[in-house]
Design a protein around this ligand. Structure first.
Ligand SMILES: [Ca+2]
Length: 395
């Protein structure tokens, strides 16, 4: 979001930037960076609440961060100075001048992918807003941006990772996609004891798996899995696959004419699987009462949860967001009525895990809202003045 009167200056800077690129001549080859690498860098800025004020005006604006991101993608250095664009609405025009590097998507072509720059309407449409898409969670998107928490037109606010719906302030005007190096993302097939695995392939996004099938004497091929020890296939030859990182698919085999035989009398008892979350503990915020229309974020954490399991926040049966095995944060947004969320420790399939006593690792977070007439009146005036509080609920 940006002051109108700086627009002329920044447009001039854009033009100068473009001319200097053209003068450099021909060196427009994309750096070998994948979209997943780029999104991971952007997410780290948000998680660390990194702060960019590249133009030394109005603090940490959305445009400072997106300019830093563009510099990072092209030069590997967010402060390289290559791009100097400080009006969110100008990014599509600047990017369109370098089709070797950037693709500008509008209208129905705007299907967000991790690593994309978004340009949206903004809370104040005079300035617009911009940030970076990190991923999709249900119908919502995880993004990182500057000056969204809180919005401050004079001082800005640092990088912030949060979930949004791409409407209202975040209604898309354009997506800008860097020409990520497609050769940098490779899908490898591993015959896993067999032979004639298909050749590896490169690409990005939706790709089709090879229709070729490996062979192994005495075994039937069941399909492909990401885990070499998998007993069941996750993907079939020729299926669509979402390729966003280097990945190896392993052939899954089953011996022919040899159905699973039950353990004989001489076989030892099958080992009892140990509960991997037996020593886990989940911590959530205590019940809290917040002001009417307060902007609420809920954070929970856990100890002793192994990698591969995640903390997830649910609103009833609706999955709000998924965090790591150690923590999860959910931006609830502006609250006007009480709400109870549930934080759960789940496996990759979403199944709730149990602790060593057999109790489910699932705890509720109760948010109560002051919604008396007086509380709503106060909120109305605070809203006019931009003073509605942001509340971080932590354990
Ligand atoms: Ca700034």
């Amino acid at each position: 979001m940006k002051r109108r009167f700086r627009r002329g200056i920044s447009m001039l800077l854009c033009l100068m930037t473009t001319l200097s690129c053209a003068a450099a001549g021909g060196a427009l080859r994309a750096a070998a960076i994948t979209a997943a690498d780029a999104a991971a860098w952007a997410k780290a800025q948000g998680d660390q609440r990194a702060a960019f004020d590249l133009d030394a005006h109005y603090g940490y604006q959305c445009s400072d961060f997106v300019t830093a991101y563009m510099n990072y993608l092209v030069d590997g250095d967010p402060r390289s100075g290559r791009y100097q664009v400080y009006d969110a609405r100008e990014y599509p025009d600047v990017a369109a001048q370098e089709p070797e590097r950037w693709t500008v998507l509008r209208g129905a072509a705007m299907k967000p992918r991790p690593g994309d720059i978004f340009v949206s309407a903004g809370r104040d449409p005079t300035f617009g807003h911009a940030g970076v898409i990190l991923g999709q969670v249900g119908g919502r998107y995880l993004i990182v941006d500057q000056n969204s928490n809180p919005v401050n037109f004079d001082k800005g606010s640092p990088c912030y990772t949060h979930e949004v719906t791409l409407s209202n302030d975040f209604a898309l005007k354009a997506l800008i996609r860097y020409q990520f190096d497609p050769d940098a993302v490779t899908l490898t097939y591993h015959a896993n004891g067999g032979e004639n695995a298909p050749a590896s392939q490169t690409g990005y996004g939706a790709v089709r798996l090879s229709a070729a099938v490996p062979t192994r004497a005495g075994y039937d091929f069941l399909g492909w899995a990401e885990n070499a020890a998998a007993a069941a296939a996750q993907y079939q030859p020729g299926a669509e696959f979402n390729l966003t990182r280097n990945v190896t698919l392993y052939a899954v085999w089953k011996a022919t004419g040899d159905p699973d035989t039950p353990p004989g009398p001489d076989d030892p008892d099958p080992p009892v699987a140990e509960n991997p979350t037996a020593h886990a503990a989940l911590y959530v915020p205590a019940a809290a009462t917040v002001e009417y229309q307060a902007d609420v974020t809920v954070t929970a954490r856990a100890d002793g949860v192994p990698a591969g399991f995640t903390l997830a926040v649910y609103d009833g049966n609706r999955l709000c967001t998924v965090g790591s095995n150690e923590t999860v944060s959910y931006h609830v947004g502006s609250v006007t009525s009480g709400k109870t969320l549930t934080v759960k420790v789940t496996d990759a399939a979403g199944a709730v895990q149990k602790d060593g006593s057999g109790a489910e690792l699932s705890r509720s977070v109760e948010i109560k809202v002051s919604n008396s007439f007086f509380a709503r009146l106060i909120a109305f005036f605070k809203g006019l003045l931009g003073l509605l509080p942001h509340v971080e609920l932590r354990p």
